[in-house]
Design a protein around this ligand. Structure first.
Ligand code: C2E
Ligand code: CA
Ligand code: CA
Ligand code: CA
Length: 278
């Protein structure tokens, strides 16, 4: 019996427990990461297709975890989300971004920054009040702050999402639908969401390959967005071929390694500084 149980554990529980231990260590580490100042914000340029100008930046979290190097958010955001830590982390990030906007402004760079809102954050009852409090405390110009919400987050409860989106908009904050094309939204919903930008998911951009690309899906998304006065951002643009394709099909903004990876604030300023050729 003893052996049977051990065998069971070996086959069934051990892997799971290992996973659990890893998660617990990660969660404990993450809890302290905030206090110890191990979290950082990187910024990735959003470039205007026509002018080549760095139009705005997206704030992306990084965790400089001792002994592990720079940990990407894919590895800890889901856990932060599960444990609820995302709320505290999100507030720290928003405060950090607001202070950065002011610092850039003082240095002569007028830059808007987009912040990602997780499903948990998006559903928070007092989200608007928390955002207002941080904007006020940091004296941030709200026209410089934007939020990105994924299509699947919005589609989780479309009625409530429409309401939250409208309230954010009425506060003068710009909004993007993130990862568009992956969330199975009925296209008719799009006109209910008063968003400013639609971000075409990287998977569609990857499919673009100068010769055999089927331009129909990307072209249809762009046309639909434009007919609703929504500007289109393509994410994950890595090659000149992808860029040319998107430019030809009237995409408004481009984000991706082709123009620049997420980078520390100082580097972004060097790149975006007016007068510097990009
Ligand atoms: P996302 O919002 O879709 O962000 C874009 C991701 O694509 C980023 O990954 C970025 O580094 C990566 N990327 C940008 N250009 C390229 C490219 O040309 N090629 C490729 N292969 N990748 C590119 P990252 O920084 O690892 O972030 C992953 C996800 O984590 C984000 O996806 C976002 O959903 C989430 N995340 C990041 N920061 C935050 C945050 O502060 N709050 C919340 N709630 N989520 C965040
Ligand atoms: Ca995003
Ligand atoms: Ca995205
Ligand atoms: Ca994506």
């Amino acid at each position: 019996k003893e052996l049977g149980r051990n065998q069971y554990q070996f086959y069934k529980e051990l892997p799971r427990r290992k996973d659990g231990e890893k998660n617990l260590a990660l969660e404990t580490g993450l809890r302290y990461a905030l206090e110890r100042g191990e979290l950082e914000v990187y910024y990735q340029p959003k470039v205007e297709v026509d002018s080549g100008r760095c139009y705005a930046a997206e704030a992306l979290l990084r965790w400089r975890r001792p002994g592990h190097g720079l940990v990407s958010p894919g590895q800890f955001i889901p856990l932060a989300e599960e444990s609820g830590l995302i709320v505290e982390i999100g507030e720290w990030l928003l405060r950090t971004v607001c202070l950065q906007i002011a610092q850039w402004r003082d240095a002569g760079l007028d830059m808007a920054v987009a912040v990602n809102l997780s499903p948990h954050q998006f559903r928070q009852k007092n989200l608007l009040e928390r955002i207002d409090a941080i904007l006020e405390a940091t004296g941030t110009d709200r026209s410089r702050l934007e939020f990105e919400i994924t299509e699947s987050t919005m589609m989780h409860d479309p009625q409530q999402a429409v309401d939250t989106v409208r309230r954010l908009k009425s506060r003068g904050l710009a909004l993007s639908i993130d990862d568009f094309g992956t969330g199975y939204s009925s296209l008719s919903y799009l006109k209910l969401f008063p968003v400013d930008y639609l971000k075409i998911d990287r998977s569609f951009v990857q499919d673009i390959d100068a010769q055999q690309a089927d331009p129909r899906i990307v072209r249809a998304i762009i046309a639909l967005a434009h007919s609703l006065d929504i500007r289109v951002v393509a994410e994950g643009v890595e090659t000149a071929g992808q860029f040319e394709f998107l430019k030809r099909h009237q995409c408004d903004l481009i984000q991706g390694y082709f123009f620049g990876p997420p980078m520390p604030a100082d580097e972004l300023m060097e790149r975006a500084r007016p007068g510097r050729p990009s």
